[in-house]
Design a protein around this ligand. Sequence first.
Ligand SMILES: [Zn+2]
Length: 146
Amino acid sequence: MIIFLVEACALSLMPDNLTKEQRSLCMSHIRSRWTSAEKKLHNFLKGSKIKHKMHPKISGSPDVILPKYKKAVFIQGCFWHKCPSCYKEPKSRKKYWLPKIERNIQRDRKNEKILKKNGWKIVKIWEHELKKNKNRLSDFFSKKLL
Ligand SMILES: [Zn+2]
């Protein structure tokens, strides 16, 4: 069940049919494991010999940093972070999801502000961009990051 939940989270599925306990388990696993998008980015950076740090313990908690380029990267799920091009409001359990998404967005804003203040450039990578560019991911990453 845990495996399933982690996958569901990573894919940004909306586990609407889960119990409250299952959902909070799902949420709690989001940060604790690498998502497939994070693995792809990591592989690209490693393959291109670009120094980076995954999940650095710095304020603003970006997903990845590229110290040489002073870039802080966020890989964002289109549902969880309300992607401007593909976010759709959930049809059920709005009272549960909407405040959660709103909190994510507030947190994103706060984190971006902190990072910018500390001299980082923010790079946001949306989940749908990875899907769209899946056959030329390294081109996409190079353009976006370097
Ligand atoms: Zn999107």
